[in-house]
Each structure stands twice: as C-alpha cells, then as structure tokens.
Unconditional design. Structure first.
Length: 547
C-alpha cells in the first residue's frame, strides 16, 4: 500500500495524470499503432512485405534518398542563414535590427507553400522574371534546386529563433576574458562563442532536418521529377488507393525524425554549456569588426530583400487578371475566391479558434504537472506528450484517418477529427513554452501562497498562472499559426463540409489559378496577423518577434 501513498496524499494529481495518459494513448499512440499495423499487415500478423517492397523498388529507394538529401541540404543552409541572422540581431549594432528580426520571423506566419507559389510566379515557365523580363523558355525551377531555395527561406526562421535564444544567454564577460588573454576576434568567436552556441546550432539543424523530411506542401507543388517520401505516401494513400504502401512510406519518415529528435536531446543534455553563473545582468559584446559587420549586414539584407520580393509577388498576384497570361489589374479573382473559398475560410478560423485555447491551456497544465509535481510515470508522460513533435504530419494524418473511421470513434468527415488532430499535434509547443517559464520561477513563491492558506487550485490561478501568462499566450500564438497553416496532416482529414484554407490553396495552385491562390494566402496571413495583434494587446509585446 505504501507505493500508492502518493495517490492518497494528492488524488487530484493521480486523476489528472491518468486522464492525460488515457487521452495520449487514444489520440496519439493509437493512430500511430493503426498506421504501423496497416503497413505491416500481410500473410502473417506483423510481417513486413510492404517494407521489403519499398526497398526492392529503385524508384521508392530513390524517394527515400531524395528526402534525406533534401533534409540534410536544407538543414545545413537554413542553419547557416539562421545563425548569421541571429548573430547580427544579438551581437551587431545596426539601426535595422528590428527590421531584420521581423524578416527572420515573417515566413513562420505564412502557409508552408506560399513562398513556393511566389517562386513559380517569378521563375516558373510563365514566370514574370524568367518569361517576361529575361525571355527564358527552357528555365525550370522545379526539382531539387528550387526545393532547396524554398525550404531554406521558409525554414531558416526555425534556426534563427533557436540560435538567437542561445546567443542571448551567453555572457560576454567570458569572451572579454579570452580577449584579455590575447585572443583575437576570430579566435574568441571560434573557441568561445561558437562552442557555447553549439546547443542552438545542433538543435536548429535537427529541427530543420525533421521539418524538411516531413514537409509535404512544397514538394507536392515544386518537386517535379524529384520524388520524396512525403508526397509518395500521399499519392499512394489517396490517389492510388494502396493504403499499406502509403502508410509504410509515411512510417519510414519516423525513423530519421525520431532518431534526430532523440539525438538532439541526448547531445545537448550530455554536455555543460552553462555561461550564466548568477550574475545579475548579462551584456553582449559586439564582436564583429567593421568590415565583417558590413559583410554580414549585406548578406542578410539580400536575404531580406528576396523575402520581400516573394511577398510582394503574392500581393501583386492578387490583383492580376491571369498571372503569366494577362497582367492587367483586376478584382475578378476576389469574387471567385469569395464563392469557392468562404466556407473554407470560415471552417479554418472556427476550427483553429477552438483548438488553440484547448491546446495552449492543456500544454500549460501538463507543464505544471511535469515541473512542479512528483508522481510515478512522469518521464513516460513527458515522452508521450512530446511524441507528436517527432511525428511527420503524413504519419499523423494517415493514423487519424485509419483510427477514427469506424465506431466507437467514428469521426471521419467531422470537424472533431481536425480539432483533435490540431490539439494533440500542437499541444507540445504550448507545453514546452510553459515548462521553460515555470523552470525560471522559484517554487518558494507557490509554497508561500500555500502556507498562507491558499488551496492548490487558487495558488495556481492567482500566483503561478499570472507569472507564466507570457509563455501561455506565446504558446497559443504558435499553436494558432500551426493550425492555420497546417497541411501535411489535415489534407487526409478534410471533407466537403469541413475544408481547410491550405488544402484549398494547394488545389487552386494545382489547377494553375495562381491569382486565387495568392488571394487566399493573403487572407490567411491577415488573419494570423490580426490574431497576433490581439495577443500583443493582451500581452504587451509580440509573441513572435520579441526577444
């Protein structure tokens, strides 16, 4: 009985943790199991004929290799761009710093394939630059080079946000000590700054690598003959009707994604990178010489101008009669979008608005349990809650389509299946933000409230929750953005009644209605910006660009 004493002492924790375990088992583990079970079904239970087929066919092996090659290349380029942006924004004095911070986070709030649409409008076979300005007839943006450019520009903000947080935490007194011992600027950077920033560099590379592997939308539009697993999984599952093969291809992405995620946590956790030692204030030393500063600012200025060009192109596409054919100013496409897109816009906003507060609040509550409470199975609960971070969207979407298409949980075709997928897929973002905030709050503050007679609920509501409000709202901001711009999982779950804007944008792009797709992208961005404005009003600062 003594092993169950914690239940008698705090039954609310036992009940809460049990409920969370059950929900995670139903809405995360069970869909993954269904996908794995389908892909391994054959003559014998848990046999592997489908996976043998994948590795026997050269075109499927090529898709696997292409996915890995694209992920490695994109992660490397994105990490370099993200590091340079972060270094300039943290360690270089420039009047344009706020503008660079905004440009480094702008792609986050866009649909995942909006920049792909811009690249087609500018550099496609009927692109404005390639066709109208340069008169190139055989230029082909489709394939590996185009995908690398688009993914690098759209994913380097992940590296920027990760690395900038690490650079902000480095106290320059350590660098000053190295300089006082005679080290030059380059040696200080190479031997002090870069090693201390290693966690951010490694984490950002792995995060971008996983994101690139799981990316579905950009390759779907721009890959051309460059096949990748995520697109092949979708085509086999929906177009070819080969459900086991589609599930197997999506599940193959689990291996590199989970391996990269576990390696990142192991590598960063096994070494000490502590540079904050209790001093009351950090300051950041400007390390770059004038010539290096000019070179770095010039580089990120070019990247920023290219990003601006891509967004201006989408804006121009909204008011063009037919891009690539007739560039006259026209508002006709707005009427078309209203007719075909209003229901999708309404559904997307409604579903995202329902999922966001639930996912954000659940993330805060789970983070509170993990940081402040002790109970058996806490590590297992944390791993289970973080599992959706490592799951490719195609695996998540296929798993939900398989798991909830029959009683007792017949959810296919309803809004509920999309809402639940959003909640459990994006809840880890809110949980991680709240965990980081809670770990900075001394538990003695909560204990003082308890000693003064406050109940656990009141102590959490009146003391802890106000202190972590910024992290709570920031987590919800990320959840809302991901709900609004999701495509790889939701494309398997939409129906005629409950469509999603990103799926509609993808459909319009595939039928070459670029102006309509541009308008839908613009509407989506405006909705996200409006949500950010509301959160900034409540929070007092931007949930994304503040650093």
């Amino acid at each position: 009985m003594s092993s169950f004493g914690w239940i008698r002492r705090d039954p609310s924790i036992a009940i809460s943790s049990t409920i969370i375990f059950i929900l995670i088992a139903i809405f995360v583990l069970y869909p993954v199991y269904c996908s794995l079970q389908l892909s391994t079904s054959g003559a014998d239970f848990w046999s592997f004929p489908t996976y043998r087929y994948v590795f026997e066919k050269p075109w499927l092996r090529r898709s696997l290799w292409n996915s890995l090659l694209l992920g490695i290349t994109t992660a490397s380029i994105s990490s370099i761009i993200g590091f340079i942006f972060a270094f300039v924004c943290v360690r270089v004095q420039t009047p344009a710093k706020n503008m660079f911070r905004f440009m480094a986070t702008l792609p986050i709030i866009s649909p995942p394939f909006m920049l792909t649409l811009s690249m087609i409008l500018l550099f496609g076979k009927s692109g404005f630059i390639t066709n109208e300005l340069l008169g190139l007839e055989n230029f082909d943006i489709y394939g590996f080079p185009g995908l690398v450019v688009v993914q690098s520009i759209s994913m380097f903000p992940i590296a920027y946000l990760t690395i900038s947080g690490v650079l902000l935490g480095i106290d320059s007194s350590i660098e000053d000590a190295a300089a006082n011992l005679g080290a030059g600027g380059w040696k200080v950077f190479r031997s002090v700054t870069l090693p201390l920033a290693t966690p951010g560099v490694i984490a950002s590379w792995l995060l971008v690598f996983v994101t690139s592997l799981a990316d579905f939308a950009n390759p779907m539009i721009l890959a051309g003959k460059f096949d990748v697993l995520s697109v092949q999984a979708y085509l086999q599952f929906t177009g070819m009707g080969n459900l086991p093969l589609g599930a197997a291809l999506s599940n193959l992405l689990l291996i590199p994604c989970i391996t990269a995620y576990l390696f990142q946590r192991y590598y960063v956790g096994r070494k000490s990178y502590v540079s904050i030692t209790g001093k009351p204030k950090l300051y950041h030393r400007e390390m770059a010489s004038t010539s290096v500063k000019c070179l770095l600012v010039f580089f990120i200025s070019l990247i920023s101008l290219f990003i601006i060009l891509l967004y201006v192109t989408v804006l121009a596409g909204c008011f063009t009669k037919s891009w690539g054919i007739d560039y006259r100013f026209s508002l006709e496409n707005f009427a078309y979008v209203w007719d075909v897109g209003w229901e999708s816009i309404r559904s997307t906003v409604l579903i995202s608005s329902i999922a966001t507060p639930i996912a954000g609040t659940a993330g805060v509550f789970i983070a509170f349990l993990l940081v402040r409470k002790k109970f058996p199975g806490k590590l297992a609960l944390e791993i289970a809650c973080l599992l959706p971070f490592a799951l490719p969207g195609t695996t998540f979407g296929i798993g939900y389509a398989l798991a909830f298409n029959q009683p007792p949980l017949l959810l296919t075709g309803t809004a509920s299946i999309i809402i639940l997928s959003f909640i459990f897929r994006h809840m880890p973002a809110g949980m991680e933000a709240a965990k980081a905030s809670l770990q900075q709050i001394d538990p003695a503050i909560d204990e003082a409230a308890r000693n003064l007679g406050a109940s656990p609920v009141r102590s959490f509501k009146d003391v802890t929750l106000p202190l972590i409000k910024p992290a709570w709202f920031t987590g919800m901001a990320y959840v809302f953005v991901h709900c609004m711009t999701a495509v790889s999982a939701v494309i398997f779950l939409v129906s005629a009644k409950w469509n999603h804007m990103t799926v509609l944008i993808l459909a319009q792009t595939e039928i070459l209605r670029f102006s309509a797709a541009s308008i839908l992208c613009l509407i989506l961005i405006l909705i996200v910006l409006a949500a950010f404005a509301i959160i900034k009003l409540l929070l007092g600062k931007s949930p994304i660009t503040s650093s």
